[in-house]
Design a binder for this molecule. Structure first.
Ligand code: KG4
Ligand code: ZN
Length: 339
């Protein structure tokens, strides 16, 4: 079964074909980063209009890369939330029209669930139940995942997402967007102990997190000062260390408390080299298995949408009675049959 996945929730227009929920036949990602970079963040109206321009060529490229035509597609999966509403609408309406025209079924997929279930597109399959950290520009959440379609939100950021905090801190330091990438780069040869940034909520019970205090601390650190290049790099390293400490502490305690053997980290911030290094060390010490997704599956992509869509259309969740752990808009459960 070939599922065409479409993703347009934020600033990437993406399409992919996945066979049998496991084999990525193609994955095309059209990034809008250049269009948003001058503003230091994603501008929703620019995102929607850019998706409109890109969606047809991106889908055509995904079919071409897979060596397929639309006649080879057995079902469609499209990101239905969370995300920018105007941006989502482009992908959802396009996918619905295509499914109707082709007479194939379509399912709306939760972007966050798709991030951590992308682990099933790799050779390193996590064992249920596992703990997943989904951490990106729009979300920072920890889940216990019991099965396909069965997961429970354990904790999340109460304010800024980790990626959002990275992006804002980078802007304060005069580093380019996307800030997480820039901070990760300049932090490599810098001193993480140079600034004592807060680790909010790290000692509190539970798995919720907060990054807005850290962001304010960065603002206070840079305010009214002209930083040298070395001071910028040091502040970036100290900031990255603070974010990583919180993410690692909360993820590890969730894994220990839930008594799982496997941890999956996904989402754009899961590309962070220090997060992968520290979590790698900590999981090894505890005899846990870390599934840090390959970088191309960390950032937004449509292969994760097609892979999870397969489970809902034709695979483990195809009875659609299986409970979903995340409280979502009921529209996300909608499964329509085209034609
Ligand atoms: O998953 P993603 O591509 O899009 C969303 O769904 O948000 O994540 C984008 C976020 C941005 O905030 C970006 O700064 C961050 O991921 N990011 C990183 C790294 N690469 C991307 N943050 C920290 N370290 C990185 N290496
Ligand atoms: Zn994402």
């Amino acid at each position: 079964m070939n599922v065409l996945g479409i993703e347009s929730s934020c600033d990437e227009t993406a399409a992919a074909v996945v066979t049998d929920g496991r084999v990525v036949r193609s994955s095309i990602i059209w990034s809008q980063i250049d269009q948003h970079a001058p503003f230091g963040g994603v501008v929703p109206e620019i995102a929607s209009r850019s998706h409109l321009n890109a969606i047809v060529p991106v889908v055509n490229d995904a079919l071409g890369q897979a060596g397929m035509t639309l006649d080879d597609i057995d079902g469609l999966a499209v990101t239905i939330g969370p995300g920018l509403i105007g941006a989502l609408l482009v992908g959802v309406q396009f996918a619905k029209g295509l499914a109707l025209g082709l007479g194939v079924p379509i399912v709306g997929v939760n972007h966050i669930e798709a991030h951590f279930m992308a682990a099933f597109l790799t050779d390193s399959l996590p064992k249920f139940p596992f703990v997943a950290l989904a951490v990106s520009g729009g979300h920072s959440s920890i889940f216990r995942v019991d099965d396909f379609g069965r997961f429970t939100l354990l904790g999340r950021t109460l304010d800024d997402a980790a990626g959002e905090a990275f992006d804002k801190a980078a802007a304060m330091l005069g580093l380019p967007y996307p800030g997480g990438v820039a901070i990760d780069k300049v932090a490599k040869n810098a001193n993480p102990a140079s600034v004592a940034f807060p680790r909010s909520m790290i000692k509190e019970p539970g798995y919720n997190m907060s990054f807005s205090g850290l962001k304010s601390a960065m603002r206070r650190h840079v305010e009214g000062r002209v930083l040298s290049d070395q001071e910028i790099n040091d502040a970036a390293a100290a900031f990255r260390e603070a974010v990583v400490d919180v993410l690692v502490a909360k993820t590890m305690s969730a894994a220990v408390d839930c008594n799982v053997s496997d941890i999956v980290i996904a989402g754009g911030v899961a590309a962070n080299s220090r997060l992968r290094e520290v979590l790698g060390q900590r999981t090894a010490q505890k005899g846990l298995i870390l599934h840090a997704l390959p970088l191309e599956l960390c950032s937004d992509n449509a292969a994760m949408i097609a892979g999870l869509g397969h489970q809902y259309l034709f695979g483990a969740c195809s009875d659609f009675d299986c409970p979903r752990g995340l409280d979502m808009d009921p529209f996300t459960r909608l499964v329509a049959t085209g034609g």
